[in-house]
Design a protein. Sequence first.
Length: 194
Amino acid sequence: MALGLGHDFISKRLLIAGVVASVVPDLDVLAFRLGIPYASEFGHRGFSHSLMFALVIAVVGARLARSLRSAPKRSFWFLFLAVASHGMLDAFTNGGLGIAFLWPFSDGRFFAPIRPIEVSPIGLSRFLSLRGMSVLWSEVQWVWLPSLSAAVVAVAFRHYRALTLRSTGLPQKARQTGYLERWASKSAERPRKP
Ligand SMILES: [Zn+2]
């Protein structure tokens, strides 16, 4: 439902790009296969989980905004949120190494002060022998899905805010975008079921 509501605001293509972008950081599990150690800045939870990486993806997304059928600013923030929320959620897991948020300025690994998310019940050595697949699976459950929900909530929130603005008087900017007018005319056109 939230997806449907936010449809005008976040284009289908941008939404798909966001879903893909929120998963991309974990392609770094390939590092295990390549023999790159976990603790390396190019290992799992290294550079691809950094805020810099999120920034780069967001800038690329903003430049591709036209193909994403979206405005550059909207593409930028949506994709930044999608990628950055991945690292943030990983930081709340209770296993593995921390997140290299500040790469390339620091290869320090960071965790959140509380870590309630169960990352994996099995030991590190077994996990290494499985080349990160088990961690990948737990991240599917604990990180990818919440990242996705976070994006959906953001869409729903922006839509709700737009509706609130509508009832309290439109600010200049909302008027300029024409978003609310389009939304309003669309819902008026929609045929009612008897
Ligand atoms: Zn991850």
